[in-house]
Ligand binder design. Sequence first.
Ligand code: SF4
Ligand code: SF4
Length: 382
Amino acid sequence: MGRSLQVGDKVVLERQHLQQLLDVLSKRGYRILGPTVRDQAIVYDEVRSLEDLPVGWTDEQNAGTYRLKKRADNALFGYVVGPHSWKKFLLQPDLRLWQAKSDETGLKTVESKEETLRSAFIGVRSCELHAMAVQDKIFMAGEYVDQFYKSRRENLFVVAANCVQAGGTCFCTSMKTGPKASFGFDLTMTEVINAGRHYFMAEAGTEIGVAVLGEVTHREASEEEKAVADGAVDTCSRQMGRTLSTAGIKELLYRNYENPRWEDAASRCLTCGNCTMVCPTCFCTTVEDYTDLSGQLAERRRRMDVCFTMDFSYIHGGSIRYSPKARYRQWMTHKLATWIDQFGVSGCVGCGRCITWCPVAIDITEEARAIRESELSHKSAT
Ligand code: SF4
Ligand code: SF4
């Protein structure tokens, strides 16, 4: 390149140079977290080399169905999303808030302090960037800032991977959250496997991204290479497995608290909470206190919680959502309607995980469609 690399410049990294990116991040002190194959699924965990990534694997997804399959090539990011989301690193599922110890000198309380962890997320999808932005609002933008979350978020380097293939349960185009990453990354890459070539179209989104990219072997992208990469993402946007009409969805759900479809969904729902656990935006936690048998040690822990349990809505005298209908209705209405009033954005980014990982194949897009259609058919009958 004639001039120095800048934010927004598109450059090509050849497949054989990608390991350098991991090495550069590692040397800069980042713990590298990315996709890897475990227990017949693609999950997020620590990765050290490109070989730890899901090389040559893809995933087939549909309602209640997830299966890994071998690809005909050596793609590194040739899958969609698995059951994990990045929230497991930013919002620890189990966190000690404080500990109290009693001894002959009295009672001492020690608050937990977040150790500064520098992490690099590799292969973050656009819908996941939107989900992280939603959680940023919840934990960092309001009056009460979660210091644990903030510390991890501020020490994060994000490498996004634009999607070039959509899954059977994806609907990010409906939610306007993908498939191309448009914000929230330090680096973004589009993997291209075309005409016997395998390369990554890379772009820095921040100054630190520029610095990291500058340490990796790269070259200026040709117009043709840029067009091929853009074309792959465009094709993906036309391959969504699901769609969701978002027009007036908040008002639609508010008008339909008593729609019979909620009973129908509840008759199938096991209230297992899988949908909330896999959802990248769900953030509910509970607080539990423990003491040891000696009576000298007590601690308070924050744990992930799900709104499908009776305990979740327990107030003096009992649970206010005692039926599966009430619990499913609150979850879906929160995702697609009340969340908008609460945080100004939808609680759903269209990743499709809740559809894939529901053991009885309940599909949020189908439920929303059924409610909309029942209203339309009621109108046309009157
Ligand atoms: S909708 Fe599916 S995943 Fe969610 S609680 Fe019901 S059965 Fe479980
Ligand atoms: S509600 Fe379902 S599709 Fe929407 S973000 Fe959560 S898991 Fe993904």
